[in-house]
Design a binder for this molecule. Structure first.
Ligand code: MTE
Ligand code: MO
Length: 517
């Protein structure tokens, strides 16, 4: 038997659950409609991307430190939790006062709609998924109320019939049906999205200026050292996206505008017919902590950036910035003088001999050796605007990151792993070092704060490429501290001064602790 009090509590919970279920159904329906129209306008993605963009830099840095590349999932997960809490509140409110409760759900959908149309590059169609949510979620809640047999919107406070009342069977059927519908719409949305993606299998030109033969890396001999070339599937990925953009290569174009003699728009075919260079270049993210994972080395094929810009005829007396825009309106700035100083800056169309994978910018991205990715490596690029830093600011410039950010001389220990156990005797300490544009001259290893000892360098690929190294350490039992440092070909030694990634990249030496038994 239920006392009136427990019935009331049970009824409150039940109505909270109705609010959540109705919202989930609304989101699933909107997601499906978004998959058919504008995938990025799905309420979850629109709200999620906006939250990512609005997250203050210190909080984002903290999230990256705490959760690594799962930072976005955690941020967006928190938003989902808040939304579902509000949905539960809407359900409880609707029990007594139906119209205000339903209006809370309409309000949530309205917020998603506003955020969707405020996204860069959005159109009126972006509003449709939110409209669907605004219709479906309140309707579902209204219907659940009817099934539940409540008409408490008159404001009376009578005891609820409880779960074992006459409507129990109807409630189970209705909630089960709605939950099944949500799952089905979610799954269908996924299927539609993957169907619409199409392939990335484009024909690539042969390199006009190919890279030399690639040497064998140290990893063949010493397990644990990063492979000399990062397998594409293991290449780090850093971007602001929740989902990977799907670009149709046949309708894709690259426009060069701004302070140019004439605006030019190139198709993928036109771009591929230009002179191409093939280069081995190491890419690094400014968010990489000392010893961190956000670095990768690949063979890139692309059209020299200078050739692409020359098509439009640039006026370098005016412009000091290339403002790149991606397929969704995300912007990345690059200092014009750096991009044109003779380094192998390019619009890349291939990575490790294959078309760019979606995650890495299909069908084309910028690569500028020596600059951190956030001021150079625009993926899914569609536009390069010649302008000034005074006139226009890119995404990360608005968030106070540096505008000219050369990659800092650094090195990393790949093996042994921090806090690992090794057997006494010869232990191979090994890793990578990089000094893009200058090249690595020397890597040294220090054990337990003693003298710096030279490591042996692996094969030289190019000065824009990392260098592998190893050191044979005669390890005695006990706990030990191992550090490494690099020297570049200009004689500059990696600084021990610790800097955090914000605003222009981390510095300092990596020192790990290991146990020898
Ligand atoms: N369109 C777009 N391009 C982008 C980014 C982004 O968020 N959006 N992130 C940049 C950053 S911060 C880095 S470090 C590199 C990473 O490239 P990768 O994901 O291919 O390794 O891409 C750059 N290009
Ligand atoms: Mo980055």
């Amino acid at each position: 038997m239920h006392t009136p009090e427990t019935s009331t509590r049970a009824a409150t919970l039940r109505h909270a659950a109705y609010g959540v279920l109705a919202t989930v159904v609304g989101l699933a329906a909107a997601h499906l409609v978004a998959a058919l129209t504008v995938p990025a306008a799905s309420p979850v993605l629109a709200v999620g991307s906006t939250v990512i963009d609005l997250t203050p830099t210190p909080l984002k840095e903290w999230a990256i430190r705490q959760f690594g590349s799962a930072d976005k999932t955690v941020l967006v997960g928190s938003v989902v939790v808040v939304v579902l809490l509000l949905a539960a509140v809407a359900g409880v409110v609707a029990r007594r006062r139906e119209t205000p409760g339903l209006l809370v759900l309409v309000g949530l959908a309205a917020v998603a709609g506003v955020l969707a149309v405020l996204r860069p590059g959005s159109g009126p169609l972006d509003l449709v998924p939110a409209l669907v949510a605004a219709a479906v979620a309140p309707t579902a809640l209204w219907w659940l109320h009817r099934i539940d047999g409540h008409r408490d919107d008159r404001g009376t406070d009578g005891p609820s019939p409880g779960v074992d009342g006459p409507s129990r069977r109807g409630v189970v059927l209705a909630t089960g049906g709605l939950a099944a519908a949500a799952v089905a719409m979610g799954a269908l949305g996924r299927w539609v999205t993957s169907y619409r993606l199409g392939g990335t299998d484009v024909a690539l030109p042969a390199a006009t200026d190919p890279a030399p033969a690639f040497p064998t890396g140290l990893e063949q001999k010493y397990a644990g050292i990063s492979p000399l070339r990062t397998p594409t599937g293991e290449f780090y990925r850093v971007d602001t996206r929740l989902t990977v953009p799907a670009v149709d290569v046949d309708s894709w174009t690259l426009t060069i505008d701004g302070d140019v003699e004439q605006e030019v728009t190139l198709t993928f075919a036109e771009l591929s017919e230009m002179r191409t260079i093939e280069r081995d270049i190491t890419l690094t993210c400014v968010s990489n902590e000392v010893g961190g994972p956000y670095i990768g080395a690949a063979r890139w094929l692309g059209v020299p950036l200078a050739d692409v810009l020359a098509h439009a005829g640039i006026d370098a007396t005016k412009a000091d910035q290339i403002l790149s825009t991606d397929v969704d309106g995300m912007t990345i700035s690059t200092p014009l003088d750096v991009a044109l100083d003779g380094r192998d800056a390019m619009i890349a169309i291939a990575m490790n001999g294959r078309p760019l994978p979606r995650e890495h910018g299909f069908p084309a991205r910028m690569v500028v050796p020596g600059l951190y990715g956030f001021v150079s490596a625009c993926k899914w690029i569609t536009r390069m605007t010649l302008t000034t830093y005074d006139a226009e600011q890119a995404y990360w410039t608005e968030r106070d990151w540096a505008i000219d950010a050369p990659i800092k001389l650094s090195s990393r220990i790949d093996t042994p792993r921090p806090l690992s156990e090794s057997k006494a005797g010869t232990v191979v300490v090994g890793g990578i070092a990089w000094a893009q544009g200058v090249g690595i001259d020397k890597v040294e290893v220090r054990v337990d704060g003693g003298a710096w000892r030279p490591a042996t360098l692996g094969p030289q690929v190019s000065d824009d490429y990392w260098r592998q190294w190893f050191y044979e350490w005669d390890a005695e039992p006990g706990q030990h501290f191992i550090a490494c440092r690099a020297t570049n070909k200009d004689g500059e030694v990696q600084t021990p001064v610790r800097m955090r990634p914000f605003p222009q990249g981390s510095s300092g030496l990596q020192e790990i602790s290991v146990n020898v038994a």
